[in-house]
Ligand binder design. Structure first.
Ligand code: FAD
Length: 528
């Protein structure tokens, strides 16, 4: 069993066996925490038995059983106390490691209450160095080079996630979509290589998982969206084998392509969870590219393809649906609306769906040869449980100015923002200049001059060589970037494919991340 390291003092694991406890002791862990209630599964060792093994090896042990999806403040407080009171490094476990991860993330705010505060007060702290974080940093520096900016970002790697659809479709190699984070960090910015774990907006402070706290004048929060793989029992364990794949992970997108190549007949399932998700078209993009590959290889007829969509329509903006329906019919795809994936048994190759018909919900088992899963998506735990959160869990900002509704020196953009636009990198590209202009105005005590219109874009890869380019703003208002005669969203075009396959990666790395703001000039706010 390999343990997942979340900090130098804390790792998590799925259910431990006695051998795993001995391995943990050999690796230098000093305490084991069990977050699993006894009796969840028949063969599960009891917490008492694990405790006995741990103490025989001289390890500390705590049992803090919690229920998946129902973790309470008291559970978090108990976990924080166990972390404070026991020697580290600590290894915590539950069924998959998910609950132990969530408890740790939520305990950070309590653990950091007495954290040492660094001396520097940054002009701007940006939480998250993904698409939105790097774009906003460069947009700010372009306007005011002298700003003292820090980006809090724990990852060594930066990803161009829109490229993962093309990896799954066999068009891009994975390497095209990944660069070292250090290479995208703008010059002059301080990279705080740590995870943010909480916020104290009343003290202008961000808490870090490594125990520090950092202070800002202005804060921009953009740590993305959480892919909740553990919300579907059996999924985490099944991914990457037995025909279970997802383009939503860098390491798995190549497996999608492998499965498409290997599938010559049988049953192929594609799933879409409830909204919100990042790139709402990506579940379908994976399916159309797979179908086109089977069509070209002459194996589509023998392959039974189904699209299980938790939603009730094929695409949220009706304008694009007829063009997509042409492809559904051409590829012979069975559409299953209001059909939500709720469990996967990788070994048996069976997926379970909850299917709604009127007021009736039925559980249906579907065997598969391959399944492409898009996981449910929620606000990151440390955002959802913070004072910045709206009831949705995402950051409560004004839809137009992107300023926080309760804290005027805080802004948010990207997937973590509680706005109703399509969560896409294209949206972040348009949001970054708006936030830059408004943040600098707020800093100077002036009215906010810029407004975001909800622009998001979804290039739907309906076949290799053609794309239905959906571009729309708040309320589904069509916002095309190109003249109708050049690119009509109601029809697939080779131009849009050329844009996605040849232009957009370059525009991303050399334009968006460098503050170029092509086709992204901020619009004036209504009052400005
Ligand atoms: P991210 O780019 O995900 O960045 C979030 C950053 O925050 C990460 O670097 C992460 O490490 C960091 N972070 C996380 N937790 C913490 C923490 N505790 N403290 C500090 N930092 C933290 N968009 C399009 O425009 N077009 C497309 O065609 C398209 N296709 C897609 C296809 C797929 C398969 C996927 C997965 C996404 C696609 N997207 C597409 C969506 C697009 O990638 C996202 O909307 C975009 O990356 C959002 O930017 P972000 O900065 O908000 O989040």
């Amino acid at each position: 069993m390999s343990f997942k390291t979340l900090s130098k003092n804390y790792s998590v694991s799925p259910q431990l066996s006695f051998d795993d406890v001995r391995a943990a002791a050999a690796q230098g862990f000093k305490t084991i925490i069990c977050n699993r209630p006894d009796g969840e599964e028949a063969e599960q060792p009891t917490a008492e038995a694990i405790s006995a093994e741990a103490s025989a090896l001289g390890l500390g042990f705590a049992h803090i059983p919690v229920t998946s999806g129902a973790i309470t403040k008291a559970d978090v407080a108990a976990h924080a106390a166990a972390l404070r009171d026991n020697p580290g490094p600590v290894l915590a476990f539950c069924r998959s490691g998910g609950r132990s991860t969530e408890l740790w993330q939520r305990a950070q705010a309590q653990l950091a209450a007495n954290a040492p505060v660094t001396d520097t007060v940054y002009d701007v702290i940006i939480v998250g160095g993904g698409s939105a974080g790097i774009a906003i940093a460069t947009s700010l520096l372009k306007r005011q080079r002298s700003l003292n900016i820090a980006i809090i970002e724990p990852s060594n790697d930066h990803y161009y996630q829109p490229g993962w659809t093309m990896v799954g479709g066999g068009v891009f190699t994975p390497e095209i979509t990944r660069r070292a984070e250090s290479t995208v960090m703008p010059r002059g910015v301080t990279w705080l290589k740590a995870a943010a774990s909480g916020f104290e907006p009343e003290h202008n402070r961000v808490l870090l998982a490594d125990g520090r706290a950092v202070t800002y004048k202005m804060l921009v929060a953009c740590p993305g969206i959480k892919l909740d793989w553990d919300a579907i029992p059996g999924l985490s364990e099944a991914l990457g084998k037995n025909g279970v794949t997802s383009n939503y992970r860098y390491d798995l997108a190549p497996y999608t392509q492998q499965l498409v190549r290997e599938t010559k007949d049988g049953r192929a399932l594609f799933t879409q969870p409830p909204m919100p998700i990042k790139c709402a078209g990506a579940p379908q993009k994976a399916m159309y590219l797979s179908c086109h590959q089977w069509e070209r290889g002459g194996t589509l007829r023998g392959t039974n393809v189904s699209f299980h969509n938790a939603g009730a329509v094929l695409f949220g903006v009706a304008h694009y649906v007829p063009a997509l329906m042409n492809y559904v019919e051409r590829y012979g795809i069975n559409l299953k609306f209001e059909s939500k994936l709720v469990a996967i048994d990788g070994a048996r190759k069976v997926a379970t769906f909850e299917q709604k018909q009127g007021d009736t919900v039925t559980r249906v088992e579907e065997p598969f040869d391959m399944i492409h899963v898009v996981p449910p998506q929620v606000a990151p735990d440390f955002i959802r449980t913070s004072p910045l959160a709206a009831p949705s869990g995402f950051i409560e900002v004004d839809e137009a100015t992107l300023q926080h509704k309760r804290f005027s020196n805080i802004f948010a953009l990207g997937d973590a923002a509680g706005t109703s636009n399509a969560k896409t990198a294209a949206a972040a590209r348009k949001q970054a200049p708006v936030v830059a202009v408004n943040l600098l105005a707020a800093m100077a005590g002036k009215p906010l001059p810029a407004a975001y219109d909800g622009y998001g874009s979804c290039p739907l890869t309906v076949e290799r060589g053609k794309i239905v380019l959906a571009e729309f703003g708040y309320g589904g208002k069509l916002l095309p970037s190109f003249p109708k005669w050049f690119n009509d969203g109601a029809r697939p075009t080779s131009f849009a494919w050329f844009l996605k396959a040849s232009m957009l990666p370059w525009i991303y790395w050399h334009g968006m991340l460098k503050g170029q703001e092509w086709l992204a000039k901020p619009k004036a706010a209504a009052h400005a």
